[in-house]
Design a protein around this ligand. Sequence first.
Ligand code: GLC
Length: 479
Amino acid sequence: MKVLHISAECYPAAKAGGLGDVVGSLPKYLNKAGWPAGVVIPKYRSKWMEENKFSPIFKGAIRIHNYYIPYIIEKEIGDALGFPLFVVDIPGKFDRSGIYNDASGRGYEDNVERYIAFQMAVLQWISGSPGTPSILHCHDHHSGLIPFFIKHCPDFKSLGKIPTVFTIHNGEYHGSFGWQNLYLLPWFEQGARGILDWNNAINPLATAIKTAWRFTTVSKSYLEELKEWSNGLEWLIQHEQYKSVGILNGIDTQVWDPATDSYLIHHLKGDPTSFKNKNKQVLSRRFVFDSRLPVIAFIGRLVREKGADLLPDLISKVLDNRTKVVFLILGTGEEALMDRLWSMKRYYPDRLDLALEYNEELAHQLYAGSDFLLMPSRVEPCGLNQMYAMRYGTIPIVRSVGGLKDTVVDIDRDPENGSGIRFDDFNLEDGQRAISRAAVLYAKQKTQFEHLRNRIMALDYSWEESAANYIQIYKQFFS
Ligand code: GLC
C-alpha cells in the first residue's frame, strides 16, 4: 500500500457528512490510477460494522497517562469498498453506535481522548508492521496530530520521514483542547511544545497545517476564503500557503448513478423528463405536496454553517409572496430550528413538508425527484450535494461561496454553459430573488429549463481529475 488515508469517517462504513463520502471514494480512484491506497478508521459499533466481516491483523496497547489501552487492528475481508479498509477496535472508546455524538446528539465527552487513542494506535500499528505506507494522508482534525507525532514523539520516530498530506474538509472545527489535557498526549520533545499551540490551546488543526508536508483544501475558493476567515487561523494559513493547494472533490459515480442507483425504483433510461416525473411521484408517498409545482429540496445538516437558519424566514417570505414552489426538507440539526420548521408546516399545507432525520435512501430519492436543490450555505468547503443533484437532473440554487462557486455557473451570466442559479449575499432578499428566478424558469421558460437539466446531467464531476491532482502532490515527494 502506498497511501494510507487516516480518517474518522469512510462511507459506507461510517458517515456523518461529506468527509465520509470523500474518504470512501477517493482511494478507489487512486487505486485505479496506479496508487494503491487504503483507509483506516475507528471501529464504531454501527450496523455496517456488525454486518461486515473483519479479521484481526495486529494487536497492541498504547499508553495514555498511566493507563494501557489495548486495541486490535482489523481488516475488512469482503472487499466491500473496493480498497483495503482497516479499523481500529479500541474497547471503551469506540464501541458506541455514534461517531461523534450520542443518540441525543450530544458530543461524547471524551472525544479528545478517543481520537488521540485512535491516532496513537494507527502509528504504533504501522511502525510495528512490515510494508510501511509511503504516504500518510490525514483528513480533518481527528487525524491532525499524526504529522506532529511522527516528527516529534520518540515512540513513532521510525515513521518520521514519511511524507504527510493533510486535507481540510471543514476548517470550522479545530478539535482544540486545553493544555490541562497535555497528559493525554504521547511523550514528545519538549522543544516542540509551541507547535501544538494556537491561542493558548492545543490545536490539532493548526498543528497539522504547521507540520504536514502539504495541506490541501477541498476547493480552490475555500483556500482563499480560509485566508480571510478561519476561526482564528487566518494568518497561519497565509503563512503556510506555500505548501497548500485547493483540489475540488469528485463524486463517486458508481454510488451516484441515476441509471443504477439501488435506492431508486425508477432509473434513468434515456429520457430525463420521464425519470424526473416518475421519481417526483415516488416522493409523494413520503411527502405531502402539490406535485404540479416545482420542488425545491434542502438536504443536509440543519446548522448555521449550511445557512439552514435562513430557511424559516426565506420559506415564509417566498410562500407568502405566492411564488409557486414547494419546499421539501431533509435533515437534522439544531433543535430550535427543527421546532420552528415543524411549527411552520401547518401554515403551508401542500407547500412545505419535512423529514427531520438523517436518511441516505430518502436523500437519493430527493435528488432524483426534485426540480431544484437549495444550498444557501454560509460556508461551503466543497459541497457534494450540488454535484449529486446535477447528476440526477436537479438544478442547484446556491450561494456563491467556496466549492459552490467553483462548481455552479449562473445561467444568466453564461447561458451556454450555465449550470444553476447563484446568489451572492447571505440575506433574504438575495435568496428570495434566486428562488423567484427558479420559479419563472420552471413555469415560463420550459425549453430553457429542460436544456439546462439535460446539460447538468451530462457534466463530469467524477474523481479522475481530482485524483490526478492528489497524485501530482504525492509524486513531488519522490522527485
Ligand atoms: C465537509 C464540507 C463539505 C465538503 C465535505 C467533503 O463536509 O462541509 O463542503 O464537501 O467536507 O470534503
